[in-house]
Write a protein that binds this ligand. Structure first.
Ligand code: PRP
Length: 199
């Protein structure tokens, strides 16, 4: 199972008002995301020195992270996208995973780094890793911006994690509620009114 984790209280400026009326609390600010991506990019650069990396972004949530991470890396990268469905518009995982869009190319012999916005139950990633491993990559690692250790139902070996957060439903920086809020530059919780309004 998932071991004990320390939650990082990440809002540094407690006077900063959430910059969207539907946001209850900012959990990870714009600045914190930016500096974490730089930090993770430097680790990836060091780990993959001299090799080309194939970034596999998991749509749609990972779009913002893919765009920012890929530009922060010095390592030469190519990009592929996959879309899998784990739980549609509701706020909790169903465990049902299906491919909505597959990779366009073979990953055989490639150094693959899966880029995920969030690991919630971990069921999506667990399924995805098994699927990708069967395609014969030279290496397969994961970079996730957010992880919810309390929600994780399965043990996963994730090499790069941005932030461990509590098990609240969060939106922003790619994460949605009924397809809204993906373009917020920070990650936060929704107000009860916004949840009741159905996004
Ligand atoms: C979200 C998120 C992860 C997955 C994590 O995707 O982007 O892929 O759920 O959940 P899990 O760890 O409990 O499996 P979602 O299915 O909501 O699609 P989206 O990225 O298009 O919003």
């Amino acid at each position: 199972m998932v071991g004990p984790h320390r939650y990082v209280r990440v809002v540094t400026d407690t006077h900063a008002a959430p910059s969207h009326p539907d946001i209850g609390e900012v959990l990870v600010s714009t600045e914190e995301i930016a500096s974490k991506i730089t930090e993770l990019a430097r680790r990836v650069d060091a780990d993959y020195a001299g090799r080309e990396v194939l970034l596999v972004g998991v749509l749609k949530g990972a779009v913002m992270l893919m765009a920012d991470l890929s530009r922060a890396l010095e390592t030469p990268v190519t990009m592929e996208f996959m879309a899998v469905s784990s739980y549609g518009s509701s706020t909790s995982s169903s465990g049902v995973v299906r491919i909505l869009k597959d990779l366009d190319r073979s990953i055989e012999g490639r150094h693959v780094l899966v880029v995920e916005d969030i690991i919630d139950s971990g069921l999506t990633l667990s399924w995805l890793l098994k699927n990708l491993r069967s395609r014969g990559p030279a290496s397969l690692e994961v970079l996730a911006l957010l992880r919810k250790p309390e929600s994780q139902a399965i043990d996963l070996d994730v090499r790069y994690v941005g932030f461990d957060i509590p098990s609240a439903f969060v939106v922003g920086y790619g994460l949605d509620y009924a397809e809204r809020y993906r373009t917020l530059s920070f990650v936060g919780t929704l107000t009860p009114a916004a949840i009741a309004a159905g996004g």
